[in-house]
Design a protein around this ligand. Structure first.
Ligand code: ATP
Ligand code: MG
Length: 409
């Protein structure tokens, strides 16, 4: 007989079923014993007259009759005919899966395999899975192709210092901090619309609640655009579809995403007694304040000063660029832009930032054989999930998060 889920067993009223899971609770009333049995889909009461003693979290396999019950929560209970003990708990459990005893975050992450036995923790990852699949489907539907550039790279992608070096035989290599240069080369090569769902690695030294050292980046790059607004339109469509995909699990109502300019936002901040000069990047403090002022769940800010954006960003005029960020409940979740497609301009942008042309030879070369206008964005999956579920730490959205102190498990 095949094991079925508890959810299904509850529906199979009047039938003999086989279920398996963890002992959520055990009550021994002498002749009769009550077991609350839990699996990924739910909890059901099992009754037995067997001479057994169980502890919470023991794993058992039960064959029994699914019958009506007036006392059991589900209205159904299972009269056991045979109970097999698969595995017994051998130590005092450091995280209470039933959730009666709260556990501190460090201990929860150390024992993530126990933490995951809580439905509300599993829900985060079930939603994350839906979100990433809806991102995929939304783009596939629009002719995008998923690509898998290598995560080991020979040159730090943006010239930043926040990279992890690795030994690559006799040479030095780095973990990719972004697929940026490679997704652009894919588009230049003729894969006109590409997307990526891969980790990025950032050696950020500071432990913040918004940063991981390894995060999943949802990237897009598209060719033959007119400007960054084309990219923003795609991002908006995709994000609204991502939200729609979890509407039966998460309550959020967003119909449109408005666009503000950086200049407008700086003015707004100053009017609200937050002093910031044109040319300054928005800090996390600024981001929170903007959310307070605007009160919108999702909004774009576009046309940041060229100086504070990556070298490959297309300028719009002398000061501003064709760039944008997307904010979700006051936190940046995505950055994007139209890219520079002219190789002379690109070389000047590198030099302006004190970067060495030699380091970008392989990249610059791709711009010497015909290049469409193109642009794209990078969106942090964990940031998205964190904001969607109002989690108070981005680590909640990563199964086994990597941060300054955490390398195991
Ligand atoms: P921030 O200023 O918030 O640190 P950023 O501007 O440095 O982010 P980008 O390089 O623009 O980040 O990366 C694009 C997106 O990738 C970000 O909007 C964010 O959602 C996500 N992201 C970047 N770095 C991290 C990180 N360390 N941990 C989690 N997500 C990240
Ligand atoms: Mg950014």
């Amino acid at each position: 007989m095949e094991r079925i889920s508890i959810e299904q067993a509850i529906r199979e009223l009047g039938k003999t079923v086989r279920v398996a899971g963890y002992v959520h609770e055990f009550r021994n009333l002498g002749k009769i014993k009550f077991i609350l049995l839990r699996d990924q889909t739910g909890i059901v009461q099992v009754i037995t007259r067997d001479d057994i003693e169980l502890n919470r979290e023991d794993v058992i396999d039960v064959i029994g009759d699914s019958v009506k019950s007036d006392i059991a929560k589900a209205g159904v209970e299972i009269k056991a005919k045979r109970i097999e003990i698969i595995s017994r708990v051998r130590r005092k459990i450091p995280v209470d899966p039933a959730g009666y005893v709260p556990t501190d975050f460090d201990t929860r992450l150390k024992y993530r395999f126990l933490d995951l036995r809580k439905a509300e923790v599993r829900r985060i990852f079930e939603i994350k899975s839906k979100i990433i699949n809806s991102y995929r489907n939304s783009l596939l539907k629009r002719g995008f192709v998923e690509i898998h550039p290598s995560l080991i790279i020979g040159a730090a992608s943006e010239g930043g210092a926040e990279v992890f070096p690795v030994d690559y035989f006799e040479r030095k290599a780095y973990l990719a901090q972004s697929p940026q240069l490679y997704k652009q080369m894919a588009v230049i090569g003729g894969l006109e619309r590409v997307f990526i769902t891969l980790p990025i690695y950032r050696a950020e030294k500071h432990n913040t609640i918004y940063h991981l050292n390894e995060a999943i980046s949802l990237d897009v790059e598209m060719g033959f655009i007119d400007d960054h607004r084309d990219v923003m339109r795609i991002l908006k469509t995709v994000v609204l579809e991502m939200l729609d995909s979890v509407k039966d699990m998460v309550n959020i109502d967003v119909e449109d995403i408005k666009i503000y300019s950086y200049e407008e936002i700086v003015k707004l901040l100053n009017e609200n007694n937050v002093h910031i000069n044109i040319g300054e990047d928005l800090s996390k403090e600024h981001e929170r304040k903007i959310y307070e002022i605007l009160g919108e769940e999702l909004y774009f800010i576009e046309k940041f000063p060229t100086k504070i954006r990556a070298f490959y960003t297309m300028p719009d005029d002398d000061i501003y660029s064709r760039s944008f960020d997307l904010f979700f409940r006051g936190l940046e979740i995505a950055s994007g832009a139209q890219r520079i497609h002219d190789v002379d301009m690109l070389e000047r942008a590198l030099i302006d930032r004190g970067l060495k042309l030699e380091d970008f030879d392989f990249y610059l070369e791709a711009f010497r054989y015909g290049v469409p206008k193109h642009g794209g964005f990078g969106m942090g999956l964990e940031r998205f999930v964190m904001q969607l579920l109002r989690l108070n730490n981005i680590r909640e959205a990563m199964l086994f998060p990597r941060d300054r102190t955490r390398l195991i498990p």
